[in-house]
Design a protein around this ligand. Structure first.
Ligand SMILES: C[S@@+](CC[C@H](N)C(=O)[O-])C[C@H]1O[C@@H](n2cnc3c(N)ncnc32)[C@H](O)[C@@H]1O
Length: 259
């Protein structure tokens, strides 16, 4: 039976690779690496660096594939579904053409596969199509959320309080949401600028775990402009940016004291 190993590789620092992830990398007969655009070039390089550093299986074949472009016309959901199916077709072809019946295909997933990543959904498309049988094994990785909290030396949640993990688009539409604390990813719209609470605090991080890491924190109202300016300059310097942040609104007294 063929096998797919979905390996969380951490969020930017090769040293995020766990011992389990290194072991899994070395069990793969084929590794499939996506390439595309400025940001993806960085991500592909990061994956290659991980292979250079940790891959000891000299017989492992490393294959590149160009990530299909997502259609911008039609509905967002349709565009994403078509895009996933196009990637599923690449996984399927690779399994059929390049991975022997008892061999293992490794997919290196940024951060952890359970967090804002579609690899597992795409693999489900391949399974549902039913043209190739395979087992799947997931190796957890260090997420950008962990890298952010470690960078600032903070906990994600306050005692007894929930944290909403959301996107920039959702935050912009739905602030204030149900949770007082929001962990925001995939923010292409600087949604933190829409948060009007004068007492909100922010812990912001870009390029976490990489040599370009930037960390800023403080009262949101005081540093929102600095974050915007820092983002603008960093994006101009590197050609792309990936950032994540935690916003906290003051907790009601009763809840704050709860264990
Ligand atoms: C498609 S999601 C992938 C998340 C990933 N699976 C994880 O576990 O962190 C991409 C988003 O994750 C966040 N992200 C990932 N890596 C990051 C990094 N090194 N620094 C800052 N944010 C990062 C950004 O919010 C980015 O828009």
């Amino acid at each position: 039976m063929r096998k797919i190993l979905v390996i969380g590789i951490g969020a930017g620092n090769p040293e995020h690779m766990t011992v389990q992830a290194v072991g899994a990398l070395n069990r793969a007969d084929v590794l499939l690496i996506p390439t595309k655009g400025d940001e993806k070039a960085f991500l592909a390089d990061a994956r290659r660096e991980i292979c250079d550093r940790f891959l000891e299986n000299a017989r492992c074949r490393i294959l590149d594939y160009a990530v299909p472009v997502r259609r911008a016309d039609g509905s967002y959901e349709d565009g994403v579904n078509d895009w996933h199916r196009a990637i599923a077709a690449i996984y399927e072809r690779t399994l059929l053409d390049d991975v022997g019946e008892d061999e293992t295909l490794g997919l290196l997933v940024w951060g952890d596969p359970m967090l804002y990543d579609s690899t597992l959904r795409i693999i489900d498309h391949v399974r549902t199509a039913g043209r190739v049988a395979f087992e799947i094994e997931v190796i957890p990785g260090i997420t950008s959320v962990q890298a952010l909290c470690a960078g600032h030396a903070i906990t994600l949640n306050r005692i007894g309080l929930p944290v909403e993990i959301t996107t920039g688009r959702r935050l912009a539409e739905a602030w204030p949401g149900t949770a007082r604390d929001a962990l925001v990813m995939l923010d292409g719209v600087e949604a933190f600028r829409r948060v009007e609470d004068p007492e909100a605090d922010i812990w912001w991080g870009a390029y976490l775990g990489t040599p370009h890491e930037i960390l800023l924190s403080g009262r949101l109202a005081d540093i929102a402009d600095t974050i915007s300016e820092t983002r603008r300059k960093a994006r101009a310097a590197h050609g792309w940016i990936m950032d994540t942040y935690l916003i906290r609104r003051p907790a009601p007294e009763a809840e704050e004291g709860a264990a």
